[in-house]
Design a protein around this ligand. Structure first.
Ligand code: ATP
Ligand code: MG
Length: 568
């Protein structure tokens, strides 16, 4: 292509390329158009535009377009480096125009090519113009060449400078637009995030509102800042009534100090979990509540208030109370039924015997026999009354006595009976320690254990009774063991034998012997345990009672001795 000789045509070309560049938004098209316009304007054989682009991460890399030459001709050459001939263009310091670049002193100074790489298009005439943004930043450079020397005239510099300025403006436009697009995308994203956040907030608010537990927040002075629907239901105060009011309005006066301490702990960033306390409702009821409090922090991490989750335990507590009450009533009912049954039978017998006595009044020996039978029945009733109604307890004075001597007394009473059933008694009464005991109670406990053992050995066996001093962590104690070689207690009964009215001896037992024994022993500060086996090769049961030598009645005895006449 020859040199354009019409100024008019050149101007037109500049204006056209300007318009083309201005309305184009694709970088590749812009730089191609600029390269082409430059080529035509200065009559070069070939031209190139090396330009810097920013990728979507904002990182810079170089691209190029060519004009007047096929791309393959350039493809195998590396990008021109910022050295020698190219430096003024890439650094933006000025236009380089050379009639014969191979003669330029800057030419051929750099390794590895020392001039043009082999196979490069032959270039003599050379013209390079930096493309600079308005900020002074170098966006790239327009390079033109011709194989003949002296092609580019001074006028070409001006024309190319205009094309470079237009290209720079167009590139800047593209960049601005890209930046804008990125910003809009970022904004869209943050708007979306914001929408998500606000969605979460709405969802959380709905959860808080619909929670069955009271959820409230308060500031560091204890003023309520939020109040959910459950709070309205449980406390009876509306949101409008409570927000802004001090939490102390819900706290019973005697717990204000405790609440102040809680607020102090929250201020220090502490949490509170499963804290059972009391609160007041609008209608003045005291509510049992379970509290969990966590500090609320602002974005800098400073504690600005607290959020509380509060569960109303009043119903649960009331239900527990009702259950216990019901259990007590049921137990009392069972007891009454048992007593009625147990007492009715012998009473019936006594009534019959009295009738017989009256009708046989003349026969004194017969009357005596009936009277003796009646006496036996009445003794049974008396025993039952003592067992069930705490007769012994009421008449149980405290005394300083050794367990060994109490056991000896009981064995004297039951010795004959043991003999009858073939139970061989082996007694090792090795403790002399004297303890302050309610003797009546302890006699009843020991009697019951011995009778139980006798019942367990209907065909005879060994009954070993041992009393010994032992040392426990909390001081000296006495252990009483009553061991039989009887039937043993089956697995399914072991958990239940201390329950009131649990008995397997329905005709003769009331099932309260062990229940009462435990009460009495524990009442002295002692323990009662058992080991048992139903194994055919070695069955039997051993009950052990351990009593501290310093029983809980020791002080009472001292008092009673001082006052001389106290009975319990
Ligand atoms: N030494 C033992 N060997 C086997 N079973 C025993 C022994 N001691 C207690 N039991 C079992 O424990 C149950 C409860 O004993 P507990 O002394 O409380 O009541 P009871 O003897 O049946 O009646 P009572 O109220 O007249 O004492 C007995 O019915 C029996 O099944
Ligand atoms: Mg018993």
């Amino acid at each position: 292509m020859g040199l354009l000789n019409s100024d008019q045509r050149k101007l037109e070309l500049v204006v056209q390329s300007g318009l083309l560049l201005a309305k184009n938004l694709d970088l590749q098209t812009i730089v191609q158009a600029a390269t082409d316009a430059g080529l035509e304007l200065c009559g070069a054989q070939f031209g190139a535009f090396f330009y810097n682009v920013l990728d979507k991460h904002g990182e810079r890399y170089a691209l190029y377009t060519l004009s007047g030459v096929a791309r393959e001709k350039f493809a195998k050459f590396p990008m021109p480096r910022n050295t020698g001939v190219f430096a003024p263009t890439f650094e933006g310091t000025g236009i380089v125009r050379s009639a014969d670049i191979t003669k330029d002193p800057r030419y051929g100074q750099n390794a590895p090519y020392k001039g043009m790489p082999e196979g490069h298009l032959p270039v003599r005439s050379y013209l390079a113009v930096p493309v600079k943004a308005s900020s002074g930043e170098v966006l790239g450079g327009l390079f033109y060449g011709h194989e003949e020397a002296g092609i580019f005239e001074l006028e070409c510099e001006e024309l190319l400078a205009m094309v470079a300025a237009q290209a720079a403006a167009a590139i800047e436009n593209v960049r601005l637009r890209e930046q804008l697009t990125r910003k809009i995308a970022d904004l869209e994203k943050s708007k979306l995030n914001l929408m998500n956040v606000s969605g979460h907030v709405t969802a959380l608010a709905a959860i808080v509102e619909s929670s069955d537990d009271v959820i409230l927040s308060k500031d560091l002075n204890g003023r309520i800042t939020s109040w959910n629907q459950a709070a309205v239901q449980i406390f009876g105060f509306s949101k409008e009534e409570m927000v802004g009011r001090p939490i102390f309005d819900l706290v019973p006066a005697h717990l204000h100090e405790e609440e102040r301490a809680i607020l102090g702990r929250i201020r220090n960033g502490e949490k509170l979990e499963n804290y059972e306390t009391l609160r007041l409702s609008k209608d003045g009821r005291t509510l049992h509540v379970d509290l969990g409090i966590s500090p609320l922090r602002d974005s800098s991490g400073a504690v600005v208030g607290s959020s509380s989750i509060l569960r109303d335990l009043t119903r649960r507590k009331n239900m527990e109370k009702a259950l216990i009450q019901a259990e007590k009533l049921a137990a009392a009912g069972r007891m009454a039924a048992t007593i009625a049954h147990e007492i009715n039978n012998p009473l019936e017998a006594v009534l019959n015997l009295v009738f017989l006595i009256k009708t046989n009044a003349a026969n004194s020996s017969q009357v005596l026999a009936y009277a003796e039978d009646a006496e036996t029945e009445l003794i049974r009733i008396a025993h039952l009354a003592r067992q069930t109604l705490g007769f012994y307890r009421e008449h149980s004075a405290v005394a300083l006595i050794s367990i060994s001597s109490l056991v000896a007394d009981v064995l004297r009473i039951y010795g004959p009976r043991c003999k009858t059933v073939g139970a061989l008694v082996k007694a090792s009464l090795n403790s002399e320690a004297r303890l302050v005991l309610r003797t009546g109670e302890m006699m009843q406990v020991i009697s019951n254990l011995i009778i139980n053992a006798i019942y367990a050995m209907p065909d005879g066996g060994d009954l070993s009774v041992t009393v010994e001093d032992i040392m426990k962590d909390d001081g000296p104690a006495v252990r009483l063991s009553i061991e039989d070689t009887g039937c043993g207690i089956p697995h399914q009964h072991r958990e239940r034998i201390f329950e009131p009215f649990f008995t397997t001896r329905h005709t003769i037992g009331t099932g309260i012997g062990l229940f009462i024994a435990r009460q009495f022993v524990e009442g002295h500060g002692g323990t009662i345990e058992f080991e048992t086996s139903t194994d055919p090769s070695g069955h039997g049961t051993c009950f052990s009672i351990v009593l501290p030598q310093q029983t809980v009645y020791a002080d009472i005895l001292l008092d009673s001795q001082l006052n001389r006449s106290v009975r319990f």
